[in-house]
Design a protein around this ligand. Structure first.
Ligand SMILES: *[C@@H]1O[C@H](CO)[C@@H](O)[C@H](O)[C@H]1NC(C)=O
Ligand SMILES: *[C@@H]1O[C@H](CO)[C@@H](O)[C@H](O)[C@H]1NC(C)=O
Length: 466
């Protein structure tokens, strides 16, 4: 009896729990268009068939749970973007999953890592006020400890303050924005004029100058990273959005010689000491290992070495000789800045073709490396079949078309065909004329592309000959 009771309680508890878990994430439908305006919403636009969406699902529940339990005003929902495609396209959903925070008329895209903590942090940042007040020295110091890069408006009401608010509501997806009176700043901060906007980072602070820096929001966009960073594929993509070139020391962190650490130190010094000259146009950092860069430029860079990337057009710059000194490094960067350095790569048509070939090759290579037998089977088998067919077609072509067809038939076409021979022979004749051309094309692609695809394309081809 006791057992039955216990299991009953468990069952009820589980049902209760699962229903509350579900309630943390609301399923949205057509009515969302009207209801959304009253609240702040964090929405996952998903497609039922998409793998990344499925991966996000448990995380999404945790996000919903955390936001609810922390008393956040943000409501968490999910919408099947394929079932409500009209709504989804109104919100500008293009890929799946798309995460958006909707606040009044504004919609903010989330592009960061899909982890609970990152998403919750994003939701809290974007849902809160665009500009947050720092009322005291203690608050200021506390925030300085928490953030590597801190934007602060200093002063009272002004037109600059309005521009700051506008920039903040646009760029809150990237960073926090604060405001403070001069009294809340540390004594060491000396400002030549008020009001002003300053960014505190890299152990100092830098003020915005409307004449030199242009539009406030573009200045913020360029200053929102530390001057020097450890860079990986993801940060490189983020850094690219600042519109700056990225100067990278490609090093080996485990290098036992001094070479790597010397180059890294030089890069750090240039970032700091030549900030005045280069900060507007360059972001500095280092990358551990050359794998990522090699696949990016489809080539080979030595370790350690320096490369400068233009992520907006995929061009890159390499020094003409190995960099041994600060002077050489500064020379190299100046050369890129004044346009005298040679640019490589780019996003032209030739480079794009090269990219396709490169990627196909590395896919094939990786299959062979991880499992040579599977590689032989996957790529060797279709290759063999295709060459046999080519051989059949080519040798038959010198003769008359009907014989060609017989050859094809012997290679295993279906029974049905043999019943309507006359018609068939005519059709097949035309197919034979087209045949060799198409096969040749396939063979060319084969050398560069994945053979799997070709194997897939064979089916419709065979139907055509039917
Ligand atoms: C980087 O690419 C952009 C976009 O094509 C271009 O406008 C800019 O001049 C490039 N910068 C350099 C230094 O080549
Ligand atoms: C560009 O900068 C390099 C390195 O500082 C310098 O040697 C070169 O003369 C400069 N070229 C132009 C056209 O200013």
């Amino acid at each position: 009896m006791a057992e039955v009771k216990a299991s009953l309680i468990c069952g009820v508890l589980a049902a209760f729990l699962s229903s509350t878990v579900l309630a943390f994430v609301e399923d949205l439908d057509d009515t969302f268009k009207e209801t959304r305006v009253q609240d702040i919403w964090l929405v996952d636009f998903y497609a039922p068939w998409c793998g990344y969406c499925k991966k996000l699902e448990p995380i999404w529940h945790e996000v919903g749970m955390e936001l609810k339990s922390s008393g956040s005003p943000v409501r968490v929902g999910k919408m099947d973007a394929t079932a409500y495609s009209g709504m989804a396209s109104e919100f500008g959903v293009r890929g799946y999953p798309t995460i958006k925070l909707l606040k009044g008329d504004l919609a903010y895209n989330y592009k960061g890592p899909r982890t609970k903590d990152d998403i919750v942090e994003f939701a809290n940042r974007v849902a809160g006020p665009a500009v947050r007040a720092l009322p005291s020295k203690q608050m200021f110091e506390h925030m300085m400890k928490r953030h590597d890069v801190l934007f602060v408006y200093i002063g009272g009401e002004s037109p600059l303050r309005e521009k700051y608010s506008d920039a903040a509501s646009e760029l809150i997806v990237y960073t926090y924005f604060f405001s403070a009176s001069e009294e809340a700043l540390p004594e060491s901060v000396v400002l030549s004029e008020l009001p002003t906007v300053a960014v505190f980072k890299d152990g100092g602070y830098f003020t915005y100058d409307e004449y030199e820096d242009g539009v406030l929001s573009s200045w913020v966009n360029k200053e929102r990273f530390q001057g020097y960073l450890q860079i990986d594929g993801f940060t490189l993509y983020e850094l690219g959005e600042t519109g700056k070139l990225v100067a990278i020391a490609v090093i080996d962190e485990k290098d036992s010689t001094e070479a790597s650490s010397r180059l890294k130190t030089m890069m750090q010094r240039v970032a700091k000491e030549y900030r005045e000259h280069f900060n507007r146009d360059f972001q500095f950092g280092h990358m551990d290992g050359n794998d990522y860069i090699n696949s990016l430029i489809m080539g080979q860079v030595t370790v350690p070495s320096v490369i400068i990337l233009n992520t907006s057009n995929e061009q890159y710059f390499l020094p003409s000789e190995p960099i041994e000194s600060m002077e050489q490094l500064v020379q190299f960067i100046s050369g890129v800045l004044n346009g005298s350095a040679q640019a490589y790569g780019g996003d032209g048509i030739f480079q794009r073709i090269k990219r396709v070939a490169f990627e196909a090759r590395s896919t094939i290579m990786s299959v062979f490396r991880s499992s040579p037998l599977l590689g032989c089977f996957l790529f060797g088998l279709p290759l063999g079949v295709i060459s046999l067919m080519c051989y059949g077609i080519c040798t038959a072509e010198s003769d008359d078309g009907s014989e060609d067809m017989d050859a094809l038939k012997r290679e295993g076409l279906t029974d049905e065909e043999e019943e309507e021979e006359d018609e068939e022979e005519e059709r097949q004749h035309t197919a034979a004329v087209e045949g060799p051309e198409e096969e040749e094309e396939e063979e060319e692609e084969e050398e560069e592309q994945e053979e799997e695809e070709d194997a897939g394309e064979k089916d419709p081809e065979e139907k055509k000959t039917d």
